[in-house]
Design a protein around this ligand. Structure first.
Ligand code: ARG
Length: 406
């Protein structure tokens, strides 16, 4: 195999193991004559064994089938920066799918080079954000690659997909399909479609997998998260890889129904859609991180950073992970996150992760300045002159208003 001479008749498909991408293997071959290399990326989605998924792709006609364990890469290179950015879209969605798509795109490009493919393919529809994220990422990383999107571009509807699979005796169990469209990874789980398309309809309990019913009472859990420079490094004093911290908090937060989000969301393609998210670890860690920033960030950095956080989250949501502005904002976030280090104590209970304490060797909280008790080092006499000058422009402006009105 010569990586420098890609073959026009070979394509690497982002493969999930589900109905659409399984059918896409045979479909692409039938439509274009190209052979398909299936690439399944483990971003901590759990569920089926990755080797079962790998073999299914071969059974569906892939010439090669590859599984990449990208969980640590996902945590380190995608989730950690998102935490430093307090990454939330519309102030509420922790960017679950938005973070995994650029990573999967990066692996598609790598696999295309390795297997000498001239094209990559994904199974997205034309109505969502994921198609944009995949394709813009591929454009940035390997503009020479063609992108195929059979579900969107060659009318591979669900009914046709099922008929196609049945006709060819493809080994796909259609009955196992969820009534919802699901995406999941370490950072959370997303659900849309079906009954959820009525925004007034309460999500039925069968939507939820990562979280227990928050109203079912159990004794609260308490957890201490340690951060170094804005990235979690330990739980309850145990140093752990980020992947394990997230796994454990998904389990512990999930047991208390932490991280359920019901959002009417503005998609990049202009549609408003109703999405249900479950992100126990993400919500716990984002809550803890934001609180630690309040303790350790200088005031002007903290205020300015809120705007950077929001812009960063929008860029990532909008598929611009590999873009100039996102990259420049990353540098700001790294610098701003220096000293966002310390411990945050949270109580997990009744659907919320509530901060109940924080401490840091890099704290800017000065007891002697803050206290109203003895030991106060703040000179209250300074406040008077400060207020006189601070209020001076307002005083002059208001005086003019009175004068002209009079
Ligand atoms: N609306 C979310 C987003 O745009 C979730 C998308 C989930 N993707 C899926 N193929 N079900 O990030």
């Amino acid at each position: 195999m010569n990586p420098s001479s890609p073959r026009a008749d070979r394509v690497v498909l982002a493969y999930s193991g589900g109905l659409d991408t399984s059918v896409a293997i045979g479909w692409i071959t039938a439509e274009t004559g190209a052979e398909v290399v299936a690439l399944a990326v483990d971003v901590g989605q759990g569920g089926e064994d990755m080797d079962v998924i790998r073999r299914r792709a071969l059974d569906c006609g892939a010439v090669e089938s590859v599984v990449v364990d990208a969980r640590h890469e996902f945590a380190r290179d995608y989730v950690a920066p998102a935490l430093q950015a307090n990454g939330l879209y519309m102030d509420r969605y922790p960017l679950v799918s938005s973070l995994s798509r650029p990573l999967i795109a990066r692996h598609l490009v790598e696999a295309a080079r390795l297997h000498g493919a001239a094209a990559v393919a994904h199974g997205c529809t034309g109505k969502g954000n994921d198609q944009v994220r995949f394709e813009v990422s591929v454009m940035a990383l390997a503009p020479e690659l063609r992108v195929m999107a059979p579900v969107r571009d060659s009318a591979m509807t669900r009914d046709k997909a099922i008929a196609f699979a049945e006709e060819r005796g493809m080994p796909i169990d259609v009955s196992r399909r969820s009534p919802y469209s699901i995406d999941q990874n370490l950072w959370g789980r997303t659900a849309e479609c079906g009954v959820l398309e009525d925004p007034w309809e309460q999500p039925p309990e069968d939507v939820f997998v990562y979280t227990a019913d928050p109203t079912a009472s159990t004794a609260p859990d308490e957890v201490v998260v340690t951060f170094v420079d804005g990235v979690p490094t330990a739980l309850d004093g145990r140093d752990l890889p980020l992947v394990e911290i997230i796994d454990e908090l998904n389990a512990r937060g999930g047991a208390h129904g932490v991280g359920r989000i019901d959002l009417i969301e503005d998609r990049l393609v202009g549609i408003k859609s109703r999405e249900i998210y479950e992100c126990p670890a993400a919500v716990t860690l984002l809550t803890a991180h934001r609180d630690l920033e309040d303790l350790t960030l200088e005031r002007d950095i903290a205020r300015y950073k809120r705007g950077v956080d929001q812009r960063w989250s929008e860029l990532v949501y909008d598929g611009l992970w590999f873009s100039a502005l996102k990259r420049a904002l990353d540098s700001f976030l790294v610098t701003a996150s220096e000293h966002v280090s310390g411990d945050v104590r949270l109580r997990l209970s009744g659907g919320t992760a509530q901060v109940v304490g924080r401490r840091s060797a890099a704290s800017l909280y000065d007891f002697a300045l803050a206290t109203y008790d003895t030991g106060d080092s703040f000179d209250q006499g300074d406040a008077k002159g400060f207020i006189d000058l601070w209020g001076l422009p307002t005083k002059v402006w208001a005086a003019r208003a009175h004068r002209l009105a009079g």
